[in-house]
Every structure is written in C-alpha cells, then in structure tokens.
Design a protein around this ligand. Structure first.
Ligand code: PLP
Length: 380
C-alpha cells in the first residue's frame, strides 16, 4: 500500500498524456450557437433560480464544512435515492469535490480493500467508448484495464464478466454512458449486479447521468447491490447543472464511506460549504426543481430534434441519451451556405476513433442549420 501511494503522484502525472494536458489547458471554446463540444449545460439561468441561489449565499456561513459534508445535503441526497434496497443504517454518503474526486477515491479504495485471494494485479473492466479519466486512473494505479462495450454488458453481462481470468475484477459501470448515451434499464442493471456477485466483482457505479434516463435507475435499487462491496458516485454537475459547485456524492457502507472521508482528509477538506448549500437549494427549492426538470426535457427534445434533422441529411445517429448524440464521423462536403462548422468532440477521446460526440445541453434554435454544422463538424 505504501509503495503504491509513494509512486501515485508521479504515475498520475505520467498517465496524463500530452493530449490530456493540452485539453486541460485549452481555454473554453467561444460561445457559438454550434458549440456541441463542452459536456455541460450552456444556458442562461432563469432569474427565479438566480434569486434562490443569491438568497442562499446571503445566509451562508464562511467557515469549514463538516468533514464529510453538510448533513442536510447528505440526507437529501440519500432521500433522492428513492427505492434503495439498503436501509438507511446500511449506507452513508460523503460529499466530494465533484464525481471526479469521488470516483478517484473510490477506485483506490476498491483496489486497496479487495479480497487478497484475487489476482495480484487487479483487472478493471471499464466501458469503451467511455469517459477518458477511467483510463488515466487505471494507468496511474498500474492496474490492468479490460475494455468492454457498454451495449454488450447490458445485453449479456455473463459474457462480459464470466471469463475465469476476470474473477474478482472491479467493474466500472456508467449508464447512461458518456459519450454514447446508451442507457441500462433497472432490470438490466439488476442482471449486471447479479452477474457481478456471481463472479466476485465489486461495482463502481458512475451515476452522474441517471436523472437524464427515461427510468430513474440506480445500482442502489438492485436486489444484489451490496454497499459493503460496491461504491456509487453521483454529482451536482449534470443533474443540477452545477458543475462549478464541485459537489459530488460517494455512497457506500457507513464504515467504508467514513474511510473514504478519512483518506480525503490526508490531502484536502470537504468542498465549500456555500457550494453545498447551493446544491441543496438546487435540489429542493421549487423554482430550481422546475428548472432542472425542464433541463431533462430540453435534453430529450434536443436529442429527438437533432437526430431527425441529421437523418434527413443522411447522417445516422448510432446511439443517443442523457446529454449526448453519438455518430460516425463522415467527411461529407455540404453546401453549407455560409454555416460555420460545429464544434464536436472527437470519439478518439473516448477510445473510439471515427466517431464524434455531440453534446445537446444547449439551446438549439435552428435544428436544421445545427445538423448541417455538425455534418461539417470540426473536432475538438
Ligand atoms: C461519466 C462522467 N463521470 C463523471 C464526470 C465528472 O463529473 P464532476 O463534474 O462531478 O466531477 C463526468 C463529467 O463529464 C462524466 O462525463
């Protein structure tokens, strides 16, 4: 354990390749009508929501937060996991600096605390196409990455998990999936959790897009969910359109959540108390709830409008869901009539060259022009 921690910093930096660093340093692209690259909401926040947030700021204290996070926010989050199979004393949540910190702590914890009888170099099953930090983290921790197709896991979890060499692997699941939008029904998640138990896998569930799925699914609702083995991570970034708040949630058995919190105190403190209060306001204030509910509707409408327009110009969408459309990149020359190319994200970022990701968390005023701009597409 000491050895791994001693080299963690260096290997994390090495795992961030030149491309990643360039991406981190690059300033945000200019706000254009056809910026479909940045994976967060780009909308004007309504006045009622701004007032509610301003009122919360006015009342907030400036001191340190409670070490594991604001207790009202933690209870509200667990309340939102409606239908969780575990009872309240079997699960707890700590607040993290976004899902990113939660997932990074969780992965390290799953590696440290796994059964010693499993393979000495842990296998981590990660989705491909998939969110790129999973790859960097697995590399930084010197683990063995086994890529799986997120559609294949939904269709047949046994075929993905049931290979003898993968016994005891850590399974990262992310549904709806970034970048493909592919979702898993609750029934499919149940089957995945059941297969994970059969083959000794612990699950790391990245649920940051769950509020954008047709069905409000969660690993916590699966009959085979085991809070002492699995870790669930969520965040205010997508669900509450509050990426800048840096408020995330790590859910596990109480003693495990407490150890995750203790590990965090070795290098940092809980995110800003004001940020947490703002997240709670976004979750609970009626005006904010109406707004975040309307975002879910807007994302679904944009997906259907843009899919239809893209199809009308001969571009088939491979899959879509949450905030994303996923399609093959075609070098087609369109008569653009002066329409500029749209910014889209290169599928290579997610391990799938030849594809592009289109983020629909935007106002789409002219779907037809947007579709042409996407077809001309300039990859970022
Ligand atoms: C799949 C996935 N997980 C986690 C995150 C990170 O979210 P946060 O802003 O809460 O760190 C993102 C952000 O894009 C994501 O796409």
């Amino acid at each position: 354990m000491t050895d791994r921690r001693a080299t963690l910093f260096g290997s994390t930096i090495r795992a961030l390749e030149a491309d990643d660093l360039a991406r981190i340093r690059r300033p945000l692209p200019p706000e254009t009508e056809f910026d479909f690259a940045a994976g967060e909401w780009r909308l004007r926040v309504p006045d009622e929501v701004r007032y509610a947030l301003a009122e919360t700021t006015r009342r907030s204290e400036l001191g340190y937060s409670e070490p594991h996070g604001d207790s009202a926010l933690r209870e509200a989050f667990l309340g939102d996991l409606d239908g969780a199979r575990a009872s309240r004393h079997e699960i707890d949540v700590i607040i993290t600096a976004g899902a990113k910190e939660g997932l990074w702590i969780a992965l390290q914890q799953l590696v440290e605390e796994r059964e010693p009888s499993f393979a000495s170099t842990p296998n981590v099953l990660a989705p491909e196409p998939g969110w790129e930090p999973y790859r960097s983290w697995i590399k930084a921790l010197n683990l063995r990455r086994v890529a799986y197709d997120p559609i294949a896991l939904v269709r047949d979890p046994e075929s993905v998990l049931g290979q003898p060499a993968l016994k005891g692997a850590i399974l990262v699941v992310n549904y709806p999936n970034n970048p493909t939008g592919v979702a898993a029904s609750q029934e499919a998640l149940n089957r995945i959790a059941c297969a994970a138990r059969r083959y000794g896998s612990a699950i790391l569930a990245d649920e940051v897009y769950r509020h954008y799925a047709d069905e409000l699914t969660s690993l916590a609702k699966c009959p085979d969910y085991e809070p002492r083995l699995d870790i669930i991570v969520d965040s205010a970034s997508k669900w509450l359109a509050g990426a800048g708040l840096r408020v995330g949630f790590l859910v596990a058995a109480p003693e495990r959540a407490a150890r995750a919190g203790l590990f965090r105190t070795s290098y940092g403190s809980c995110p800003s108390g004001i940020g947490q209060q703002l997240a709670l306001t976004l979750m609970q204030e009626p005006a904010c709830r109406d707004w975040t509910a309307s975002l879910q509707t807007t994302a679904a409408e944009n997906i259907s409008l843009l899919s239809r327009e893209l199809a009308s110009i001969g571009l088939a969408v491979e899959s879509a869901g949450a905030l994303y459309l996923w399609l093959k990149h075609h070098d087609i020359s369109f008569n653009s009539n002066g329409i500029p190319a749209a910014l889209v994200t290169d599928g290579a970022t997610f391990g799938a060259a030849g594809y592009v990701r289109v983020c629909v968390a935007r106002k789409v005023t002219s779907p037809h022009s947007a579709a042409i701009a996407i077809a001309i597409g300039s990859k970022s």
